[in-house]
Design a protein around this ligand. Structure first.
Ligand code: O2Y
Ligand code: MN
Length: 592
């Protein structure tokens, strides 16, 4: 099979000439194709069958031990102009980048099959969706792309109709980290990745296309490609509000996307619907609202920590037809990771488990699974027009300073809140504890262009007829003097979402502070929670003296992006700084 589209055939021919595969297979996405590929991978050891009684259809893949995560220092944005990539990206001139990586692609598929994967990011019939073609020499990538995207014949038909697609060329190469690059050419709508078979480096539809290339495309076309979950909150009256939320890693994004309401809420009729857990494309609709799709069809979720306690929906989702990567295995061949009951027999590298070797499952071990298997999956995830977004939430891991929730006063302030967000590092992540890392809109590793231009693009949505979502910031991680978390988190976060939705509807109250609108204690539903009186005071506290320092630091951060930083955003930062100063002045007497 080849395509009716000459540009696609020509590109596949040119890649084959360079990479010299033994054979070429065009993927149609069919069940038969998937079964044949799976049988080949089981036969050659790429995949191992897990316990088919407890986990029907599930397999295990072990990646090379040096290839276990995204590699930000080897991830480049190769725009013509270095300033267009910005200080937030590693940059290389396109000609130099092509020459460097093409030398590595030369002959790299000898003895291998070249797979052509046409895919669509988003519902196949949605005008908000965009298509791509990934060429790869990894059958594991084909199997994952089949779960994570709408892959195969319908995508190819759309590509042939539209004539445009993102070109993604991938080879596992020799897996040598010294010959590993993930390069993006936004002006050419193309991606080249070599030397890794893992996750975001290899499944090019995900971070490379749906965030880095799409964010560039979105800027030129007037929409937003964001690192956000999308969740629908249905109230007892049967009304559903959709919320998009961005968090840096290790802040419980998948848990929030699949939240299970606390008993009292469930009994009252509240429901939570998962539209997406990682990426959100939003476009202004004819009604002025932002309409969102999840461009992905599956979850590539982190396994460790996923449990009946933290995320029962994710656990149920992965009970069948999942690909597990780098997890441990029990003696009866079930997938295992830290946080699950039971004990591992074999670790992620296939060695007999020995606690002295570190965690049994790799900390970045993953499950790949169809979104439709999630018990809270929303069938509106398939809506061609997307879902209307009522609220955008930014969040971070802030043990002090930042209240449980606050609302930005308007869109411009909300953009500042998103630009300023960040998390304090945990011991598990780096060893350097308590260091604040700013990660604007959780897009630091994924924004395909200069952050200053990205903030300007966000600001540009504030048009006269726009009915933009309200913007909020949440912090589930504030700690008390005893070092313990003050807020129970998980399902109880629905209480905060209820307030957020109430603010959107005009039914919930708040108090104005210099940093935004904060609920008073009576504005949040806390019945049935075992929270000390003091805990809620601390959770909702805004201390202007501490915020003075924070807002000064935000100013320094914005300045680090140089002259392209929009003056409007700087002015907004000064407005907040002035409001904080004003609140610190002693109240003037009536006599003046
Ligand atoms: O390490 C990888 O390649 C996966 S990273 C990832 C996977 C799913 C969702 N989000 C992320 C991320 O790094 O944000
Ligand atoms: Mn992510």
């Amino acid at each position: 099979m080849a395509s009716k589209l000459k540009a696609l055939n020509d590109w596949v021919d040119a890649v084959a000439q360079l990479t010299k595969p033994d054979s070429i297979r065009w993927c149609d996405g069919s069940e038969a194709e998937a079964n044949a590929l799976r049988a080949e991978m089981l036969a050659d050891g790429t995949l191992m069958e897990l316990n088919q009684d407890t986990h029907p259809g599930c397999t295990l893949h072990r990646s090379h031990p040096s290839d276990v995560a995204r590699v930000e220092h080897l991830t480049l944005v190769c725009s013509k102009n270095a300033d267009d990539a910005g200080p937030n990206n590693h940059w290389m001139a396109p000609a130099e980048a092509h020459a460097k990586i093409d030398a590595l692609f030369d002959g790299c598929m000898q003895g291998r099959t070249l797979y052509v994967i046409p895919y669509c990011m988003g519902p196949i019939d949605s005008p908000l969706s965009r298509c791509g073609v990934e060429i790869t020499d990894s059958p594991y990538v084909v199997a994952n792309m089949r779960i994570m995207t709408r892959m195969g014949a319908p995508a190819l038909a759309r590509i042939e109709r539209e004539g445009t697609f993102v070109k993604g060329l991938h080879s596992v190469g020799d897996l040598d980290p010294n010959r590993r690059f993930i390069m993006h050419f936004p002006e050419e709508l193309s991606i080249k990745s070599i030397g890794s078979g893992y996750g975001g480096n290899a499944l090019l539809g995900k971070k490379c296309h749906a965030l880095r290339i799409a964010s560039w495309q979105a800027r030129t076309e007037g929409w937003l490609a964001e690192h956000m979950l999308i969740v629908g909150i249905e109230n007892p009256e049967g009304e559903t509000h959709y919320v998009a939320a961005a968090f840096p890693s290790a802040c419980g994004k998948t848990n929030l996307a699949m939240l299970i309401p606390p008993d009292s809420y469930r009994e009252a009729g509240w429901k939570v619907w998962t539209v997406g857990d990682d990426i959100c494309w939003m476009t202004p609709g004819p009604d002025g609202r932002l309409w969102a799709i999840n461009p992905e069809a599956g979850y590539f979720g982190v396994a460790p920590g996923t449990s009946h306690w933290t995320n029962p929906n994710a656990l149920a989702t992965t009970q069948h037809d999942a690909i597990f990567t780098n997890v441990a295995v029990t003696s009866d061949n079930q997938p295992w990771w830290e946080g699950l009951p039971g004990t591992p027999a074999t670790d992620w590298q296939g060695r007999p488990h020995d606690a002295g070797n570190g965690p049994a499952a790799h900390p970045n071990s993953r499950f790949t699974v169809s979104a439709k298997q999630c018990p809270s999956w929303s069938h509106h995830a398939e809506d061609a027009k997307g879902v209307p977004i009522s609220a955008i939430i930014f969040g971070g891991r802030r043990p002090s300073l930042v209240p449980l929730v606050f609302e930005a006063r308007d869109w411009k302030h909300g953009v500042l809140v998103g630009a300023s967000m960040g998390s304090e590092t945990t011991a598990a992540a780096t060893g350097a504890v308590g260091v604040l890392r700013r990660d604007s809109m959780a897009m630091k590793p994924f924004c395909g262009y200069n952050y200053a231009d990205y903030f300007a693009h966000w600001l540009s949505f504030d048009k006269p007829n726009a009915k933009l979502p309200k913007i909020f910031h949440v912090n589930w991680f504030r700690k008390g003097a005893d070092g313990k978390f003050l807020w129970p988190g998980y399902g109880e976060n629905l209480r905060v979402l209820e307030w957020i939705i109430g603010r959107c509807d005009g039914t919930a109250d708040a108090e104005a502070t210099p940093i935004g609108l904060v609920p008073r204690k009576r504005d949040l539903r806390t019945d049935g929670l075992r929270l000390g009186e003091q805990a809620l005071d601390t959770l909702l506290d805004v201390d202007p003296k501490d915020w003075r320092e924070e807002v000064a630091d935000i100013g320094t951060y914005l300045d680090s992006f140089g002259a392209r930083m929009p003056a409007k955003l700087k002015a907004e930062q000064r407005r907040v700084a002035d409001a904080i100063e004003a609140s610190l002045q002693p109240a003037k007497s009536a006599a003046g």
